[in-house]
Design a protein around this ligand. Structure first.
Ligand code: FA5
Length: 349
């Protein structure tokens, strides 16, 4: 290319980008024009790069011309961008019905969500009993959520209609944990008893949303492994928890139940804090009792799965629904109130 050709090209680039910048109708469109001109592979950038092929003499005359053009176009883009942004802001304000000249509302203080408050209360009571807080991931493998918990391959909880499985490249199937019991395994793995932990957190199930169920909810897991731990220890721990939450008159009862990771397993009910067994109580349906969660003595197979000798050590575990506890504690009769973000509700806690 001759120096003349090069100058001719500069004029063409100038004309082209002056007209493109004028045509750009938004800051976003202008940005694309700017990149096409001054970007790493932009037309002007390439032209300036080609200066290296000219003689020193030519470079002395062409170089300043090129730089002057670059400065002219940069300044033009900046001015055009400022004008476009100003008119976009103005159009936005015109479309918005609010009057920005009005004085602001008084500053509203934020507050903790009722489920956070409930979790802290529960954890506070259990921490005073010597339980340490442990966390686990929401995305789990089948080993932690099912296998090591002695849940057989054909257990209904594993079915696609109950568990959210994740698609992905991992060889192990990934899933959203269906209960906080997975943390039992994570915590026991590689540690030796005595162990005493709680693990509050979010869990996921393909449950339809209704007044007492949600597909995303919270549980608090408890695990205590030591020498000679018994059902009596479990009962006294859960009684202390319920009394801490609902007052000194609260009582609990165990109903026989089955969970593959405990033996024996129980369902835990607490006395209804809305009534004293009144026949018309809509919350406990007049029974005086409300189901809080599951519990039992840690199954020997679970201890074996994490290399703890079940002949030497025994333990109890429990898993309570935090929403259920919070509903009772705060007198909320529909679980959806916790998730709808209605400030009129949230403001009451
Ligand atoms: C379990 O999840 C066991 N992992 C609990 C356990 C732990 C048993 C340790 C033994 C030893 P279950 O599926 O029953 O159990 O759930 C426990 C509690 O979570 C229920 O009692 C209930 O309070 C709460 N819960 C269950 N499903 C939902 C839901 N969809 N929405 C809100 N709360 C729920």
């Amino acid at each position: 290319m001759t120096p003349k050709d090069w100058q001719g090209k500069c004029s063409l680039v100038r004309e082209h980008f002056l007209s493109e910048a004028a045509k750009a109708a938004s800051a976003e469109a202008l940005e694309a024009v700017k990149v096409a001109c001054l970007g790493r592979k932009g037309e002007l950038t390439e032209l300036l790069k080609s200066l290296k092929d000219f003689s020193l003499e030519d470079k002395k005359t062409l170089g300043p011309l090129g730089n002057a053009l670059k400065q002219e176009l940069s300044a033009l883009f900046d001015a055009r961008e400022a004008a476009l942004k100003a008119s976009e802001l103005e159009a936005g304000l015109m479309a918005d019905a609010s009057d920005v000249t009005l004085p602001p509302y008084p500053f509203q203080r934020g507050r903790l969500h009722p489920l956070t408050l409930a979790t802290r209360r529960i954890a506070g009571i259990l921490e005073r009993l010597g339980f340490a807080w442990a966390d686990g991931p929401h995305v789990e493998t089948e080993r932690y959520n099912f296998d090591a918990l002695n849940i057989p391959q054909n257990h209904p909880a594993r079915a696609m209609q109950d568990t959210f499985y994740l698609n992905g490249p991992c060889r192990d199937k990934r899933l959203l944990r269906t209960h906080t019991s997975s943390v039992q395994i994570r915590y026991m793995e590689g540690r030796k008893p005595p162990l005493r932990i709680i693990s509050p957190g979010r869990v996921f199930r393909k449950d339809a949303l209704d007044a007492s169920h949600s597909p995303v909810f919270h549980q608090v897991e408890g695990l205590y492994v030591d020498k000679n731990v018994s059902m009596a220890d479990l009962k006294s721990t859960l009684t202390s928890l319920m009394r801490g939450l609902f007052g000194p008159k609260a009582r609990i009862r165990f109903r026989p139940s089955f969970f593959p990771f405990v033996e024996p397993g129980v369902e835990v009910d607490a006395t209804c804090s809305f009534c004293s067994g009144g026949a018309r109580c809509p919350v406990c349906k007049g029974t005086g009792w409300l189901e809080m969660g599951g519990a039992g003595m840690v199954h020997p197979n679970v201890l074996k799965a994490v290399d703890i000798d079940p002949e030497q050590w025994s333990g109890f575990a429990f898993g309570m629904g935090i929403e259920r506890l919070a509903m009772l504690d705060y007198g909320v009769n529909d679980i959806r109130a916790f998730y709808e973000n209605d400030v009129r509700v949230l403001r009451q806690f």
